[in-house]
Design a protein around this ligand. Structure first.
Ligand code: FES
Ligand code: FES
Length: 190
């Protein structure tokens, strides 16, 4: 008997479990868009070069066009549809809105998912290719425009909205740092 080329899988997406049969060759991107109607995640190049399809897997960014759906089983998947808190936009979404970090909007879901992870990576002290001092004891480098450009370089924008995107990421990172500091002070006072 020929081996089966499909399986029933359960994907944990934005806090909800979805069980579906998939061909083993189905990418996570196609499963999201074509099978689950989660069309916020965009298909640009379909070969890992543009970042339009970026989602979060266990909090880390991943291009969903290069990820097989079957390999995403058991991971915590967050798409653009799941980053807001109910009616409350995620601070990165709000910053993109306030600072016009988009034009046509096609790349925006991927930009926002990437930016969310970039801010977490930076806060955790991860260096980038343009970080001057990469010694662990040096801590997180200042999140300069060059740092943001480098860290967001996997997300292309054909409209060229880069100036506003960099500003939006910087503003959201400042808000994230202020929230972390406030939580620290509250924790110390408790
Ligand atoms: S569609 Fe996945 S990187 Fe371009
Ligand atoms: S806003 Fe149009 S591709 Fe980025």
């Amino acid at each position: 008997m020929a081996p089966s080329t499909s399986s029933a899988i359960t994907l944990n997406i934005n806090g909800e479990k979805h069980t579906l049969p998939v061909d083993h060759r189905t990418t996570l991107l196609d499963a999201l868009r074509e099978r689950l109607d989660l069309t916020g995640t965009k298909k640009g190049c379909d070969q890992g070069q543009c970042g339009a399809c970026t989602v979060l897997l266990d909090g880390r960014r991943a291009v969903s066009c290069l990820q097989l759906a079957v390999a995403a089983e058991g991971r915590v998947i967050t798409t653009i549809e799941g980053v807001a808190d109910g009616e409350q936009l995620h601070p990165v979404q709000q910053a993109f809105l306030d600072l016009d970090g988009y034009q046509c909007g096609y790349c925006t879901p991927g930009q926002i998912c990437s930016a969310i992870a970039v801010i977490e990576e930076h806060a955790a002290g991860w260096p980038s290719a343009v970080t001057a001092d990469v010694r662990p004891e040096a801590g997180a480098p200042p999140l300069t425009a060059d740092e943001i450009r480098e860290r967001m370089s996997g997300n292309l924008c054909r409209c060229g909205a880069y100036v506003s995107i960099v500003q939006a990421v910087a503003r959201a990172a400042e808000a994230h740092a202020a929230d972390a500091q406030a939580a620290e002070v509250k924790g110390a006072a408790a």
